[in-house]
Design a protein around this ligand. Structure first.
Ligand code: PLP
Length: 384
C-alpha cells in the first residue's frame, strides 16, 4: 500500500535522539528545544517562536495571547481541521464560520468584509455582533492544504475592525504569500509538527510571531505560568512545552525542509500535469499570491456524485493506493452544528469532491506513476 503522508526520517533523527539519551535531557529542557526554536524562527522569518506539544496547543495559547475571552466570536473558515474550531471552544468562545474563496480554498476576504460591515458595530470600543450581542475578537485564517490565505486583504480588513489575526498555518511550514514567510504575516501564526505534516517532531507545534510581548506571554503560559525557580505561578498556566526528544527529531527534520518542500511541490505539479487532460478532474488551487507548501496533493472531482467518488476511493484503496476524502467542514460537525455561520455553500459543496492522494516526501517516481495509472483506470471504471 502506498501511504498518504508518512514521515521521512532520512536525516540525523537517530543521531540527535541518541544525544538526548546520552545527555539524559529527554524532557522539556534541553539544547534541542532552543535550537529548534531558533531554526523555526529563521525559517518563518519571525522575531521569535515558542515550541509546544501540538499545533492545537499553539492555537489555544495564541487565542489566550491575543485576548480572546469566553463568549467571544472568532471568525473561522468553514473548511478546516477540527482543531482550529476546538481551540476556539477551549477558551469558551464560538467560531463564526465563513465560506472559503473558490480560487484558494481559504477564508474569502470579500465575504469577511461584507459580513463585518453588515453584522457588526462598534459599541464602547468593542466590536459587537449585532444579532447576538457577542464580542468579535479575532480572525483565524487557515492556510488550507499548505496554501496561504489572501493575507493583504485579510490584514486590511482586520485593521479596519481592530481585530488580531491568528494564522492557522499548522500544515503550511514553507508556504509563502507574495514572497513573505509565515512569521511575517498576521499577529501570530501556529504550526504543527504532527506525524503527517511536512516536517514532524513526532508530535508538536509552535507559535511564530513578530510581537515579542505576545511570545513572552505565550512562553510563560506554556510552562505552567511559573515565576522564578520556586513553585510560584502567577496565573492558571498550561503544561504545553515540547520535549527535547521531540525537538531533536524536529531539528533533524528541519535540516531537510527545503528538500521536503521541493518534493511536495514536485508531487503536486506531477499530479496536476498527469490528470490535466481528464474531463471533470481538477487540481488543488494555487492563486497568484501563493507559493503553496503543497502539504497534501490530490484531485477535485466536482461533477461526480458522492457514490462515484466513494467507489473511486474504494478502488484505489483495493489496488494499493491510499486515497481519502478530506476535512468534513466545521458546519457539519455535530459539536459545532449550531455555531454562528455566514454562507458556507461553497465549502459544503466541494468538501466531499476533494480526494487526497499519496504525497509523502519519500515517495518514489515508480510509486507516483502507479498512483496515476491506478487512478486513471479507476476514473474510467466509474464512468462506465
Ligand atoms: C494538523 C492541523 C492542526 C492541528 O495540529 P496538531 O499538531 O495535530 O494538534 C490544526 N489546524 C490545521 C489546519 C491542521 O492541519
Amino acid at each position: 500500500m502506498i501511504p498518504l503522508a508518512v514521515p521521512n526520517l532520512c536525516g540525523k533523527e537517530r543521531e540527535y535522539l541518541n544525544q538526548c539519551i546520552d545527555s539524559t535531557f529527554v524532557s522539556t529542557v534541553g539544547e534541542f528545544v532552543n535550537r529548534f526554536e531558533t531554526l523555526i524562527t529563521k525559517e518563518s522569518s519571525a522575531l521569535g517562536s515558542v515550541c509546544v506539544n501540538s499545533g492545537t496547543s499553539a492555537l489555544h495559547l495564541s487565542l489566550i495571547g491575543v485576548g480572546v475571552e469566553k463568549d467571544d466570536l472568532v471568525i473561522l473558515p468553514n473548511l478546516t481541521f477540527i482543531a482550529s474550531a476546538n481551540s476556539i471552544a477551549y477558551v469558551g468562545a464560538d467560531p463564526w464560520l465563513m465560506d472559503i474563496d473558490e480560487k484558494s480554498w481559504t477564508l474569502c476576504p470579500r465575504l469577511l468584509e461584507a459580513e463585518l460591515a453588515s453584522k457588526t458595530e462598534f459599541k464602547n470600543n468593542r466590536l459587537i455582533h449585532k444579532e447576538s450581542g457577542r464580542r468579535v475578537s479575532c480572525i483565524m485564517p487557515v492556510y488550507t492544504l499548505g496554501c496561504p490565505a489572501d493575507m493583504d486583504e485579510i490584514s486590511r480588513i482586520a485593521k479596519k475592525y481592530e481585530l488580531p489575526i491568528i494564522v492557522d498555518a499548522a500544515a503550511a511550514i514553507g508556504a509563502k504569500y507574495k514572497g513573505k514567510e509565515i512569521g511575517e504575516l498576521g499577529t501570530i501564526a501556529a504550526l504543527s509538527f504532527n506525524g503527517n505534516k511536512t516536517i514532524t517532531s513526532g508530535g508538536g507545534g509552535a507559535v511564530v510571531s513578530c510581537n515579542k510581548d505576545l511570545l513572552d506571554k505565550i512562553r510563560h503560559l506554556s510552562t505552567t505560568a511559573r515565576v522564578g525557580t520556586e513553585y510560584f505561578h502567577d496565573q492558571v498556566g498550561f503544561n504545553y512545552r515540547m520535549t527535547n526528544l521531540e525537538a531533536a527529531v524536529g531539528c533533524a527534520q528541519i535540516e531537510n525542509l527545503k528538500y521536503f518542500i521541493k518534493r511536495k511541490r514536485e508531487i503536486k505539479l506531477f499530479y496536476d500535469k498527469s490528470f490535466s487532460s481528464l474531463a471533470g478532474v481538477g487540481s488543488f488551487p494555487e492563486p497568484e499570491w501563493a507559493t503553496s507548501a503543497c502539504w497534501f496533493s490530490g484531485i477535485i472531482m466536482k461533477d461526480y456524485s458522492d457514490s462515484m467518488i466513494s467507489s473511486l476511493i474504494n478502488e484505489l484503496n483495493e489496488n494499493g493506493v491510499m486515497a481519502r476524502k478530506f476535512w468534513l467542514p466545521i458546519s457539519l460537525q455535530p459539536c459545532f452544528a449550531n455555531t454562528f455561520k455566514s454562507s458556507t455553500s461553497y465549502s459544503d459543496e466541494i468538501w466531499n469532491k476533494i480526494i487526497v492522494l499519496p504525497c509523502s516526501t519519500g515517495i518514489t517516481s515508480d510509486e507516483l506513476d502507479k498512483v496515476v495509472s491506478v487512478t486513471k483506470k479507476a476514473i474510467l471504471n466509474i464512468n462506465e
